[in-house]
Ligand binder design. Structure first.
Ligand code: PEP
Ligand code: MN
Length: 337
């Protein structure tokens, strides 16, 4: 059972539900959606008498296994990263280099992507590389550089964590933590980021079904962290002519299944610079709440993923067109109502 609660009237109700659930051997977990509403996730049976408190606005019996992520009990969640809102109807662009190399590179990239229309800076400090011999990222030094670029530009930063032991240090520096495709089903990592209250960008594993992906989001939500954004970044199919295949079916389908915001990563989704712009706009047209794009001033000299990195001039064109597409969709929706 999921119980929706009006936070402003919630005095005493959590305690009452807690007492009632422990009498019947159930357990409860509270989730704060940061919009004045709470959900109580009840695992087990609870006495009906406990359910008549005036702060209780609705009671749901979820059918989906991803009960907290499901739209069955909630229409829409807006995730705040610093002062940026993801999911409020205006597409958010997260951009920056694949990997953080040094402060000069990152500040230059941050200024350029900001001028192009990005409102969140991305950059990897802990990098999951296919080869153990490839550059693995600067680690904590990379996090410090990200914080330096934030101080220089005011952009909040998102960066990847690969292991539970990296979560604490990453949260000290980052405004949002990214769980990468290769770790989508790293359950100890999901639980660990779920115990924080940092926004989480959860990328889809490249062989994960939509339900498996939503169950990974559920791991985070079930620990009490409501600030989860899903990121479609391409899957493996029989066709290896591109690095991955960006599954844009996932975007409108997820909008039917979940209240969580969804962003699209056309960089990893294609692996090919010339395709990034078209697929970014296709993602917005499909209903995505934002984009994650690898971009820096000299893409050819990027230390990692140069072939899919675009320059800020192209990023600016994507940002302008993405805004225009989302405005058009809003106008069309308003006419339809
Ligand atoms: C990244 O965003 O840098 C990255 C490694 O992405 P993914 O986990 O989607 O491969
Ligand atoms: Mn990359």
């Amino acid at each position: 059972m999921i119980i929706s609660i009006d936070k402003s009237a919630s005095n005493g109700v959590i305690e009452a539900l807690g007492a009632a659930s422990s009498r019947s051997g159930a357990s409860i977990r509270i989730i704060d959606w940061n919009d004045g509403s709470l959900s109580v996730n009840v695992l087990g049976q609870i006495e009906p008498d406990a359910l008549s408190h005036p702060a209780i606005t609705a009671i749901h019996q979820p059918i989906k296994p991803y009960r907290l992520a499901s739209k069955e009990h909630r229409e829409k969640t807006v995730v705040r990263v610093g002062n940026v809102e993801i999911g409020n109807g205006t597409p958010v662009i997260m951009a920056g280099p694949c990997v953080v190399a040094d402060i000069e590179q990152l500040v230059n990239a941050a200024e350029a992507v900001k001028a192009a229309g990005a409102s969140i800076l991305r950059g990897g400090a802990f990098k999951p590389r296919t080869s153990p011999y490839s550059f693995q990222g600067l680690g904590e030094e990379g996090l410090q550089i990200l914080a330096g670029a934030r101080a220089a530009t005011g952009l909040p930063v998102v960066t990847e964590v690969m292991e539970p032991d990296q979560v604490e240090i990453t949260c000290e520096y980052a405004d949002m933590v990214q769980v990468g495709a290769r770790n989508m089903a790293n359950f100890p990592l999901l639980r660990k980021v779920g115990k924080t209250r940092k926004p989480v960008l959860l990328k889809r594993g490249f062989s994960a079904t939509i339900e498996e992906w939503l169950m990974s989001a559920e791991y985070i939500l079930s620990e009490g962290n409501s600030q989860v954004v899903l990121c479609e970044r391409g899957i493996r199919t029989f066709d290896n002519s591109m690095r991955f295949n960006l599954d844009l079916n996932a975007v409108p389908f997820l909008k039917e299944l979940t209240h969580l915001p969804i962003v699209v990563d056309p960089s990893h989704g294609t692996g090919k610079r010339s395709l990034v712009g078209a697929m970014a706009l296709a993602g917005i047209a499909a209903g995505a709440d934002g984009l994650m794009v690898e971009s820096e001033p000299n893409p050819d000299s990027a230390m990692c993923d140069a072939s899919q990195t675009i320059d800020p001039v192209e990023l600016a064109a994507i940002a302008r067109k993405a805004l225009a597409i989302s405005e058009l969709l809003k106008v069309e929706e308003a006419i339809a109502v």
